[in-house]
Design a protein around this ligand. Structure first.
Ligand SMILES: [Fe+2]
Length: 237
């Protein structure tokens, strides 16, 4: 059994993307500039911005599934679980980008365990935390938590003028297992969400800067849901 998490240096991810130009990579990272505010934050704060779409790897292509709400159980997420959160979908240009697909494929080869893409789904979150001088912002207000998936890749896209945002991995007794600070774009931690808990510390604006930004791509790997979505994707294929 491999360790329940892996920490991948940015260089390793970027090497796998060397078929893509700097401009293409810049365009993908730039898409975080257009994220709408996450309206489902319980504290009503506007510091978390977000888009989400679900994908399937069908016939060797990454294909977007019909848009639907992101849902976690209350047991998994006592703060935001139990409600359907219909985030704005990922923009078409990003969703259909070969670079996004290549990145997902790279992550698939680095998972700390096995995942069957024929029966699995892939959820992609684009998330921006905007830290201002008003105070520290919690990227994951849930604290030490699990996401309810099989694997979750946490890919840093941008870290600018912020402090904090330390990534933590815990064992199933919530004892600390691994701590790291993602600093380089594309530096990644992938966890086996069934074997560990995780959390991230507050993000604060650095020094005298008026505002700071931390952009993450979270990639969830989980079994495809039976029922409505399965029916819809069968009807569409
Ligand atoms: Fe999480």
């Amino acid at each position: 059994m491999p360790e329940p998490y892996v920490h991948l240096p940015a260089a390793e991810i970027l090497e796998s993307l060397d078929a893509f130009s700097e401009t293409e990579i810049k365009q993908l990272r730039g898409s975080w500039d257009g994220l709408p505010v996450d309206r489902f934050m319980k504290d009503g704060a506007g510091y978390r911005r977000r888009r989400y779409s679900e994908f399937h790897l069908n016939r060797a292509r990454l294909v977007r599934a019909p848009h639907r709400a992101f849902r976690q159980s209350l047991a998994v997420n006592p703060l935001h679980g139990g409600v359907s959160r219909k985030f704005e979908p990922i923009e078409q240009e990003v969703a259909e980008s070969p670079l996004l697909e290549a990145l997902v494929r790279t992550l698939l080869t680095r998972l700390p365990g096995t995942f069957d893409t024929a029966t699995g789904a892939i959820g992609i979150h684009q998330i921006r935390i905007v830290a201002s001088r008003d105070g520290s912002e919690l990227p994951a207000p849930e604290g030490i938590h699990e996401d309810g998936h099989h694997f979750v890749a946490q890919v840093l896209m941008l870290r600018k003028d912020v402090e904090g945002g330390v990534s933590h991995v815990y064992d199933r007794n919530k004892a600390p297992l691994y701590t790291t600070l993602l600093t380089e774009p594309f530096e990644t931690v992938i966890i086996d969400d069934r074997r560990v808990f995780h959390g991230v510390s507050a993000v604060e604006v650095a020094g005298d800067m008026p505002v700071g930004v931390r952009d993450m791509m979270l990639v969830d790997f989980f079994p495809r849901a039976a029922g409505a979505l399965g029916e819809a994707s069968r009807a569409a294929s």
